[in-house]
Design a protein around this ligand. Structure first.
Ligand code: PAF
Length: 281
């Protein structure tokens, strides 16, 4: 039976109890409005752990003042049905009162990694992510936590947070799940008009083209970046936020393509900001 827990105290009690019984706790933090990308993380957690907790919480501290916090899509009853079908045991569904009570004042900042790519276009975003994830880790006390590769920078920051704060949680990154035309699954895809949705496939097309260039021996990040930008620009309504070609661990811009390299893209299609990435070798 799927249990919904809404308070920090009850969630902690549940997890402490499960741990005492020697059960491994798998944790998938989400902001709800679940799609196949989330379900891939959740199904993996269900396969690998004795008990799985999925949190659903749209975290206000990771949204900028001009971002989509209010209109972020929500559908708890649909999410709940999907989680029941997937065999999840527990949903942690707290209110903002529970997570950030009056007078809340403590934030976590993972320096360096948080300042580049999405961090430079969304100042404070990763401080909000690191803070909520650290809090959720303290409340859910998982053994294993699952994140999607689509948010590549986020999973890197969480890994660093876990290492630096000695949290002893195994972080697992699950490959991006894509629509038929290659668009990465995202709750924000629901904002796209039919035409924008069609145009959004240019993101993965441009990165696959970059992959082909690398495979054919092109070693200049500059050339690859230019090729990606040129392809993205074929869509008029698209605005490029960044196209980055960087080290998969430090996120530093590569001077030459060598070994594993991350190609990461962020664009606006209309008002919707979409991100995606691939790793080329
Ligand atoms: O990836 C997300 O949905 C969010 O950033 C997360 C990890 C649930 C924290 O709010």
């Amino acid at each position: 039976m799927l249990k919904v827990i809404t308070t920090v105290a009850a969630m902690k009690r549940f997890s402490e109890n499960a741990r005492q019984k020697g059960r491994t706790i798998g944790f998938v933090p989400t902001m709800g409005y679940l799609h196949k990308g989330h379900m891939a993380l959740i199904e993996k957690a269900v396969r690998e752990c004795d008990t799985v907790v999925v949190s659903i919480y749209v975290n206000p501290t990771q949204f900028g003042p001009k971002e989509d916090l209010k209109k972020y899509p929500r559908d708890f009853s649909r999410d709940k049905k999907m989680l029941a079908r997937a065999g999840v045991g527990t949903i942690f569904y707290p209110s903002t009162r529970q997570m950030y009570p009056d007078g809340y004042a403590t934030y976590i900042n993972v320096e360096g990694l948080s300042d580049v790519l999405c961090g430079s276009s969304r100042p404070g975003h990763f401080k909000g992510v690191a803070t909520i994830v650290a809090k959720l880790f303290n409340i859910v006390i998982p053994h294993r936590a699952y994140f999607g590769q689509k948010d590549y920078q986020q999973q890197l920051i969480i890994r660093k947070l876990v290492k630096d704060l000695d949290l002893g949680i195994k972080v697992i990154t699950v490959p991006t799940i894509r629509e038929k035309d290659g668009l990465a699954m995202s709750s924000r895809n629901s904002y796209l008009s039919p035409l924008e949705r069609k145009n959004a496939a240019v993101i993965i097309r441009s990165m696959r083209f970059a992959d082909q260039l690398v495979m054919s021996g092109v070693k200049s990040p500059h050339r690859i970046r230019e090729a990606v930008i040129k392809m993205l620009r074929t869509v008029k309504e698209l605005k490029i936020d960044y196209v980055a070609i960087c080290d998969t661990n430090s996120l530093e811009q590569r001077k030459i393509i060598k070994g594993k390299t991350l190609i990461a893209v962020a664009v606006f299609i209309g008002n919707t900001r979409l991100i995606d990435n691939i790793i080329v070798r």
